[in-house]
Write a protein that binds this ligand. Structure first.
Ligand SMILES: C[S@@+](CC[C@H](N)C(=O)[O-])C[C@H]1O[C@@H](n2cnc3c(N)ncnc32)[C@H](O)[C@@H]1O
Length: 323
Protein backbone atom coordinates (compact mmCIF):
# COMPACT_ATOMS: atom_id res chain seq x y z
CA UNK A 1 0.00 0.00 0.00
CA UNK A 2 3.01 2.26 0.17
CA UNK A 3 2.27 4.12 -3.12
CA UNK A 4 -0.96 5.40 -1.56
CA UNK A 5 0.67 7.51 1.15
CA UNK A 6 3.69 7.27 3.39
CA UNK A 7 4.13 4.41 5.82
CA UNK A 8 7.02 3.47 8.02
CA UNK A 9 7.14 -0.33 8.14
CA UNK A 10 7.51 -2.69 5.17
CA UNK A 11 4.91 -5.46 5.07
CA UNK A 12 4.75 -8.66 3.02
CA UNK A 13 3.83 -7.77 -0.60
CA UNK A 14 4.98 -4.13 -0.44
CA UNK A 15 7.10 -2.65 -3.22
CA UNK A 16 10.47 -1.39 -2.05
CA UNK A 17 13.04 0.70 -3.89
CA UNK A 18 16.52 -0.70 -3.34
CA UNK A 19 19.06 2.12 -3.74
CA UNK A 20 22.70 1.04 -4.18
CA UNK A 21 24.21 3.93 -6.18
CA UNK A 22 22.81 6.74 -8.35
CA UNK A 23 22.85 4.39 -11.35
CA UNK A 24 21.93 1.17 -9.52
CA UNK A 25 18.35 1.52 -8.28
CA UNK A 26 15.87 -1.38 -8.38
CA UNK A 27 12.29 -2.08 -7.37
CA UNK A 28 11.88 -5.22 -5.30
CA UNK A 29 8.78 -6.91 -3.95
CA UNK A 30 8.90 -7.79 -0.26
CA UNK A 31 7.73 -11.35 -0.80
CA UNK A 32 9.37 -14.16 1.18
CA UNK A 33 8.56 -16.88 -1.35
CA UNK A 34 8.16 -17.07 -5.13
CA UNK A 35 7.16 -19.82 -7.55
CA UNK A 36 10.10 -20.87 -9.72
CA UNK A 37 9.98 -22.01 -13.38
CA UNK A 38 9.38 -25.61 -12.27
CA UNK A 39 6.30 -24.52 -10.29
CA UNK A 40 7.93 -25.02 -6.87
CA UNK A 41 7.73 -22.49 -4.03
CA UNK A 42 11.24 -21.26 -3.26
CA UNK A 43 12.88 -18.51 -1.19
CA UNK A 44 12.73 -15.13 -2.97
CA UNK A 45 16.29 -13.88 -3.49
CA UNK A 46 17.07 -10.67 -5.44
CA UNK A 47 20.53 -10.56 -7.05
CA UNK A 48 22.42 -7.24 -7.21
CA UNK A 49 25.97 -6.19 -8.19
CA UNK A 50 26.68 -6.10 -4.43
CA UNK A 51 25.40 -9.61 -3.78
CA UNK A 52 22.11 -11.26 -2.89
CA UNK A 53 19.20 -9.84 -0.91
CA UNK A 54 16.81 -12.27 0.82
CA UNK A 55 13.49 -10.50 0.29
CA UNK A 56 12.07 -11.92 3.54
CA UNK A 57 14.60 -9.69 5.35
CA UNK A 58 12.77 -6.59 4.07
CA UNK A 59 9.61 -7.43 6.00
CA UNK A 60 9.34 -5.49 9.26
CA UNK A 61 12.17 -3.11 8.33
CA UNK A 62 11.64 0.67 8.26
CA UNK A 63 11.57 2.49 4.92
CA UNK A 64 14.72 4.58 4.64
CA UNK A 65 16.92 2.14 6.56
CA UNK A 66 20.13 0.46 5.48
CA UNK A 67 20.06 -3.20 4.51
CA UNK A 68 22.88 -5.75 4.21
CA UNK A 69 23.52 -7.60 0.99
CA UNK A 70 25.85 -10.58 0.77
CA UNK A 71 28.68 -8.36 -0.58
CA UNK A 72 27.71 -4.87 0.54
CA UNK A 73 24.72 -2.80 1.54
CA UNK A 74 21.98 -0.53 0.19
CA UNK A 75 19.10 1.66 1.30
CA UNK A 76 15.46 0.58 1.17
CA UNK A 77 13.23 3.46 0.11
CA UNK A 78 9.53 4.22 -0.12
CA UNK A 79 8.35 3.96 -3.74
CA UNK A 80 7.24 7.15 -5.51
CA UNK A 81 6.08 7.63 -9.12
CA UNK A 82 9.52 9.10 -9.94
CA UNK A 83 11.39 6.08 -8.52
CA UNK A 84 8.90 3.69 -10.11
CA UNK A 85 9.50 5.27 -13.53
CA UNK A 86 13.24 4.51 -13.35
CA UNK A 87 12.85 0.99 -11.94
CA UNK A 88 9.63 -0.43 -13.44
CA UNK A 89 9.61 -3.52 -15.66
CA UNK A 90 9.45 -2.20 -19.26
CA UNK A 91 6.73 -3.67 -21.43
CA UNK A 92 6.79 -0.69 -23.83
CA UNK A 93 8.60 2.60 -24.32
CA UNK A 94 7.70 4.77 -21.35
CA UNK A 95 7.31 8.45 -20.51
CA UNK A 96 9.98 9.86 -18.18
CA UNK A 97 9.76 12.37 -15.37
CA UNK A 98 10.78 15.57 -17.24
CA UNK A 99 7.97 15.01 -19.80
CA UNK A 100 5.56 13.83 -17.07
CA UNK A 101 6.07 17.07 -15.10
CA UNK A 102 5.24 19.18 -18.14
CA UNK A 103 2.19 17.02 -18.97
CA UNK A 104 0.71 17.38 -15.48
CA UNK A 105 1.35 21.14 -15.40
CA UNK A 106 0.06 21.87 -18.90
CA UNK A 107 -3.02 19.66 -18.58
CA UNK A 108 -3.80 21.48 -15.31
CA UNK A 109 -4.24 18.17 -13.52
CA UNK A 110 -4.93 18.52 -9.80
CA UNK A 111 -6.66 16.59 -6.99
CA UNK A 112 -10.18 15.74 -8.18
CA UNK A 113 -9.41 15.82 -11.93
CA UNK A 114 -10.95 13.23 -14.24
CA UNK A 115 -8.28 12.18 -16.72
CA UNK A 116 -8.29 9.86 -19.74
CA UNK A 117 -5.04 8.22 -20.87
CA UNK A 118 -4.21 5.97 -23.82
CA UNK A 119 -2.18 3.78 -24.15
CA UNK A 120 -1.52 2.49 -20.71
CA UNK A 121 1.75 0.85 -21.84
CA UNK A 122 3.95 0.13 -18.82
CA UNK A 123 2.00 2.43 -16.50
CA UNK A 124 4.83 4.90 -15.99
CA UNK A 125 2.74 8.01 -16.61
CA UNK A 126 -0.32 6.42 -14.97
CA UNK A 127 1.38 6.27 -11.56
CA UNK A 128 2.22 9.99 -11.66
CA UNK A 129 -1.28 10.89 -12.91
CA UNK A 130 -2.87 8.91 -10.08
CA UNK A 131 -0.79 10.75 -7.46
CA UNK A 132 -1.81 14.09 -8.98
CA UNK A 133 -5.58 13.38 -9.06
CA UNK A 134 -5.87 11.66 -5.65
CA UNK A 135 -7.92 11.43 -3.49
CA UNK A 136 -11.15 12.38 -5.32
CA UNK A 137 -10.18 12.24 -9.01
CA UNK A 138 -10.11 9.26 -11.34
CA UNK A 139 -7.90 8.00 -14.15
CA UNK A 140 -9.44 6.08 -17.05
CA UNK A 141 -6.62 4.36 -18.90
CA UNK A 142 -7.01 2.45 -22.20
CA UNK A 143 -4.82 0.04 -24.15
CA UNK A 144 -5.67 -2.33 -27.01
CA UNK A 145 -3.03 -4.83 -25.84
CA UNK A 146 -4.94 -7.12 -23.48
CA UNK A 147 -1.95 -8.54 -21.58
CA UNK A 148 -0.66 -5.01 -20.90
CA UNK A 149 -4.02 -3.94 -19.45
CA UNK A 150 -4.12 -7.03 -17.20
CA UNK A 151 -0.54 -6.54 -16.01
CA UNK A 152 -1.12 -2.82 -15.37
CA UNK A 153 -4.27 -3.55 -13.36
CA UNK A 154 -2.39 -6.16 -11.32
CA UNK A 155 0.34 -3.60 -10.56
CA UNK A 156 -2.17 -0.91 -9.58
CA UNK A 157 -3.77 -3.42 -7.18
CA UNK A 158 -0.41 -4.41 -5.70
CA UNK A 159 0.39 -0.72 -5.22
CA UNK A 160 -2.95 -0.01 -3.54
CA UNK A 161 -4.01 2.36 -6.34
CA UNK A 162 -6.88 0.46 -7.99
CA UNK A 163 -9.56 2.68 -6.40
CA UNK A 164 -8.24 5.64 -8.40
CA UNK A 165 -7.98 4.02 -11.81
CA UNK A 166 -10.09 2.04 -14.29
CA UNK A 167 -8.15 -0.02 -16.81
CA UNK A 168 -9.92 -0.63 -20.13
CA UNK A 169 -9.03 -2.96 -22.97
CA UNK A 170 -10.03 -1.10 -26.13
CA UNK A 171 -8.81 0.28 -29.45
CA UNK A 172 -9.47 3.97 -28.80
CA UNK A 173 -8.83 5.04 -32.41
CA UNK A 174 -11.60 2.77 -33.67
CA UNK A 175 -13.96 2.66 -30.70
CA UNK A 176 -13.30 5.83 -28.70
CA UNK A 177 -13.47 6.00 -24.92
CA UNK A 178 -17.05 4.78 -24.44
CA UNK A 179 -20.38 6.59 -24.00
CA UNK A 180 -20.14 6.31 -20.22
CA UNK A 181 -17.30 8.87 -20.32
CA UNK A 182 -19.11 11.38 -22.57
CA UNK A 183 -18.68 14.88 -21.14
CA UNK A 184 -16.77 13.63 -18.06
CA UNK A 185 -13.07 14.35 -18.59
CA UNK A 186 -11.05 17.42 -17.62
CA UNK A 187 -8.08 16.27 -19.69
CA UNK A 188 -7.10 13.65 -22.27
CA UNK A 189 -3.58 12.33 -22.81
CA UNK A 190 -2.60 10.32 -25.90
CA UNK A 191 0.60 8.28 -26.34
CA UNK A 192 -0.37 6.42 -29.51
CA UNK A 193 1.18 5.81 -32.94
CA UNK A 194 -1.83 7.51 -34.63
CA UNK A 195 -3.09 10.04 -32.07
CA UNK A 196 -4.95 12.14 -34.68
CA UNK A 197 -7.44 9.25 -35.04
CA UNK A 198 -8.48 9.57 -31.39
CA UNK A 199 -8.96 13.35 -31.20
CA UNK A 200 -12.62 13.44 -32.28
CA UNK A 201 -13.34 10.74 -29.68
CA UNK A 202 -11.55 12.87 -27.07
CA UNK A 203 -13.90 15.78 -27.76
CA UNK A 204 -16.89 13.66 -26.80
CA UNK A 205 -15.20 12.71 -23.53
CA UNK A 206 -14.15 16.23 -22.53
CA UNK A 207 -16.53 18.21 -20.31
CA UNK A 208 -18.92 20.70 -21.91
CA UNK A 209 -16.97 23.35 -20.05
CA UNK A 210 -14.03 22.35 -22.25
CA UNK A 211 -10.67 20.90 -21.34
CA UNK A 212 -7.08 20.27 -22.34
CA UNK A 213 -5.53 17.59 -24.52
CA UNK A 214 -1.93 16.41 -24.86
CA UNK A 215 -0.37 14.08 -27.39
CA UNK A 216 3.14 12.64 -27.02
CA UNK A 217 4.81 11.64 -30.31
CA UNK A 218 8.44 10.85 -31.12
CA UNK A 219 8.23 11.97 -34.78
CA UNK A 220 7.51 15.42 -36.21
CA UNK A 221 5.31 13.91 -38.98
CA UNK A 222 2.97 12.58 -36.25
CA UNK A 223 2.96 16.04 -34.66
CA UNK A 224 2.01 17.68 -37.97
CA UNK A 225 -1.01 15.39 -38.45
CA UNK A 226 -2.06 15.83 -34.82
CA UNK A 227 -1.86 19.64 -34.99
CA UNK A 228 -3.84 19.64 -38.25
CA UNK A 229 -6.61 17.55 -36.71
CA UNK A 230 -6.65 19.59 -33.49
CA UNK A 231 -7.01 22.75 -35.55
CA UNK A 232 -9.74 21.24 -37.79
CA UNK A 233 -11.74 20.25 -34.72
CA UNK A 234 -11.64 23.66 -33.06
CA UNK A 235 -8.86 23.31 -30.49
CA UNK A 236 -7.13 26.58 -29.59
CA UNK A 237 -3.72 27.43 -28.10
CA UNK A 238 -2.13 24.54 -30.00
CA UNK A 239 1.47 24.34 -28.91
CA UNK A 240 4.21 21.75 -29.40
CA UNK A 241 7.24 21.59 -27.15
CA UNK A 242 10.17 19.37 -26.33
CA UNK A 243 11.46 18.91 -22.79
CA UNK A 244 15.23 18.42 -22.69
CA UNK A 245 16.82 17.89 -19.32
CA UNK A 246 20.39 19.09 -18.80
CA UNK A 247 22.24 17.32 -16.05
CA UNK A 248 25.36 19.13 -14.82
CA UNK A 249 28.31 17.21 -13.33
CA UNK A 250 30.14 18.67 -10.35
CA UNK A 251 33.89 18.55 -11.02
CA UNK A 252 37.06 20.03 -9.58
CA UNK A 253 38.77 22.41 -12.00
CA UNK A 254 42.07 24.35 -11.76
CA UNK A 255 42.50 27.85 -13.18
CA UNK A 256 45.55 30.16 -13.22
CA UNK A 257 45.43 32.96 -10.68
CA UNK A 258 45.06 36.33 -12.38
CA UNK A 259 47.83 38.68 -11.25
CA UNK A 260 46.94 42.25 -12.26
CA UNK A 261 50.42 43.62 -11.44
CA UNK A 262 52.06 41.04 -13.67
CA UNK A 263 49.61 41.80 -16.50
CA UNK A 264 50.51 45.51 -16.35
CA UNK A 265 54.30 44.88 -16.78
CA UNK A 266 54.73 41.27 -17.93
CA UNK A 267 58.29 40.01 -17.63
CA UNK A 268 59.29 36.97 -19.62
CA UNK A 269 61.23 35.31 -16.79
CA UNK A 270 58.09 35.33 -14.61
CA UNK A 271 55.81 33.66 -17.14
CA UNK A 272 56.70 30.11 -16.13
CA UNK A 273 56.23 30.86 -12.45
CA UNK A 274 52.93 32.66 -13.05
CA UNK A 275 51.52 29.69 -14.95
CA UNK A 276 52.12 27.48 -11.92
CA UNK A 277 49.94 29.70 -9.63
CA UNK A 278 46.57 28.04 -9.89
CA UNK A 279 43.55 27.66 -7.66
CA UNK A 280 41.25 24.66 -7.48
CA UNK A 281 37.49 24.98 -7.14
CA UNK A 282 34.33 22.94 -7.61
CA UNK A 283 32.21 23.81 -10.61
CA UNK A 284 29.28 22.39 -12.57
CA UNK A 285 30.03 21.34 -16.13
CA UNK A 286 27.78 20.02 -18.86
CA UNK A 287 28.44 16.38 -19.76
CA UNK A 288 29.97 15.63 -23.18
CA UNK A 289 26.85 13.63 -24.04
CA UNK A 290 23.34 14.47 -22.91
CA UNK A 291 20.10 12.47 -22.92
CA UNK A 292 18.48 13.50 -26.17
CA UNK A 293 15.08 13.56 -27.81
CA UNK A 294 12.27 11.51 -26.27
CA UNK A 295 9.24 12.99 -27.98
CA UNK A 296 7.26 16.11 -28.76
CA UNK A 297 4.43 17.18 -26.48
CA UNK A 298 1.52 18.81 -28.30
CA UNK A 299 -1.12 20.59 -26.22
CA UNK A 300 -4.45 22.12 -27.14
CA UNK A 301 -7.42 23.69 -25.38
CA UNK A 302 -11.06 23.08 -26.22
CA UNK A 303 -13.06 26.10 -25.09
CA UNK A 304 -16.61 25.61 -23.74
CA UNK A 305 -18.38 26.98 -26.81
CA UNK A 306 -16.38 24.72 -29.11
CA UNK A 307 -16.75 21.73 -26.82
CA UNK A 308 -20.53 21.96 -27.34
CA UNK A 309 -20.52 22.88 -31.00
CA UNK A 310 -17.97 20.31 -32.13
CA UNK A 311 -19.71 17.59 -30.15
CA UNK A 312 -22.98 18.43 -31.88
CA UNK A 313 -21.20 18.45 -35.23
CA UNK A 314 -19.62 15.05 -34.59
CA UNK A 315 -23.05 13.68 -33.76
CA UNK A 316 -24.19 14.85 -37.21
CA UNK A 317 -26.54 17.72 -36.25
CA UNK A 318 -24.89 20.54 -38.21
CA UNK A 319 -27.79 23.02 -37.95
CA UNK A 320 -27.08 23.68 -34.30
CA UNK A 321 -23.49 24.59 -35.09
CA UNK A 322 -24.53 27.63 -37.08
CA UNK A 323 -27.02 28.83 -34.48
C1 LIG B 1 4.41 3.83 -25.80
S1 LIG B 1 3.19 2.90 -25.04
C2 LIG B 1 2.55 3.96 -23.78
C3 LIG B 1 3.51 4.10 -22.62
C4 LIG B 1 2.93 4.82 -21.43
N1 LIG B 1 2.62 6.19 -21.76
C5 LIG B 1 3.89 4.77 -20.26
O1 LIG B 1 4.38 5.83 -19.82
O2 LIG B 1 4.18 3.67 -19.75
C6 LIG B 1 1.88 2.96 -26.23
C7 LIG B 1 0.76 2.01 -25.88
O3 LIG B 1 -0.35 2.35 -26.71
C8 LIG B 1 -1.03 1.16 -27.02
N2 LIG B 1 -1.84 1.46 -28.23
C9 LIG B 1 -1.40 1.69 -29.49
N3 LIG B 1 -2.43 1.96 -30.33
C10 LIG B 1 -3.56 1.90 -29.57
C11 LIG B 1 -4.95 2.08 -29.84
N4 LIG B 1 -5.37 2.37 -31.06
N5 LIG B 1 -5.83 1.96 -28.80
C12 LIG B 1 -5.39 1.68 -27.56
N6 LIG B 1 -4.08 1.47 -27.24
C13 LIG B 1 -3.18 1.59 -28.23
C14 LIG B 1 0.07 0.13 -27.22
O4 LIG B 1 -0.45 -1.17 -27.01
C15 LIG B 1 1.09 0.55 -26.15
O5 LIG B 1 0.92 -0.20 -24.97
Amino acid sequence: MSFDGYKSTINEGDTVILYLTISQIYSVKAESKVINKKGNEVENVFQTPYGALKCSELIGKTYGSKISLSKGWGYILQPTPELWTITLPHRTQIIYTPDISMIILQLEISPGSIVIESGTGSGSLSHALIRAIKPHGHLYTFDFHEVRTKTALQEFKEHGLDNYVSVNHRDVCTNGFGDELNGKADAVFLDLPHPWLAIHHSIKSLKETGGRICSFSPCIEQVQKTCQELSNLGFQEIQTMEVLQTQYNVQTRSIPVLDMEFLKTPKLENVEKKERDTIKFNTAVQPAQQPGHTGYLTFGTLYPIWARKVRISLDGDCDEIDS
